[in-house]
Ligand binder design. Structure first.
Ligand code: RTP
Ligand code: MG
Length: 143
């Protein structure tokens, strides 16, 4: 099994509903270690840059408006197959289709406001981690 790092966001809807601790608990229960963590309120420019791959999609404007609507928590998770492990505990993009017991099934209301983001591949994880964190801000465990 490969030890990987992935990038995660607790989105404005879940922060507003006071679900930060519950979602962090899901990460830790799944064996993922939080090795960097902070709160930010994205500017329009930061949100557009982060979601640049979706800039031509019809939902892009709504996505950027939502992601700038309130503070978010950004974190780096480390563990075995962390990218896929995190996607599994997040559940499907549309919470109506997310498996029971997943974060989106339990904490999200709609495909537009779906509680969490998680990197979809190791390469995107590296890019997304660097978008928010300097190397000095990453705190891998020594014990
Ligand atoms: P995320 O990037 O947020 O972790 O979500 P994801 O990989 O599951 O989904 P992605 O395809 O990357 O889409 C990014 C976000 O855009 C919104 N979306 N809306 N209305 C739609 O058809 C639609 N498709 C995507 C979602 O909020 C999704 O999280
Ligand atoms: Mg995505």
């Amino acid at each position: 099994m490969a030890i990987e790092r992935t990038f995660s966001i607790i989105k404005p809807d879940a922060v507003a509903k006071n679900h930060i601790g519950a979602i962090y608990n899901r990460f830790e229960t799944a064996g993922l270690k939080i090795i960097a963590s902070k709160m930010v309120h994205l500017s329009q420019e930061q949100a557009e840059g982060f979601y640049a791959e979706h800039s031509e999609r019809p939902f892009f404007g709504a996505l950027v408006a939502f992601m700038t609507s309130g503070p978010i928590c950004v974190q780096v998770l480390e563990g075995e197959n962390a990218v896929l492990a995190n996607r599994e505990i997040m559940g499907a993009t549309n919470p109506a289709e997310a498996a029971r017991g997943t974060i989106r099934s339990d904490f999200a209301d709609s495909i537009d406001e779906n509680a969490v983001h998680g990197s979809d591949a190791v390469a995107s994880a590296e890019r997304e981690i660097a978008y928010f964190f300097s190397t000095e801000e990453l705190c891998p465990r020594t014990r």
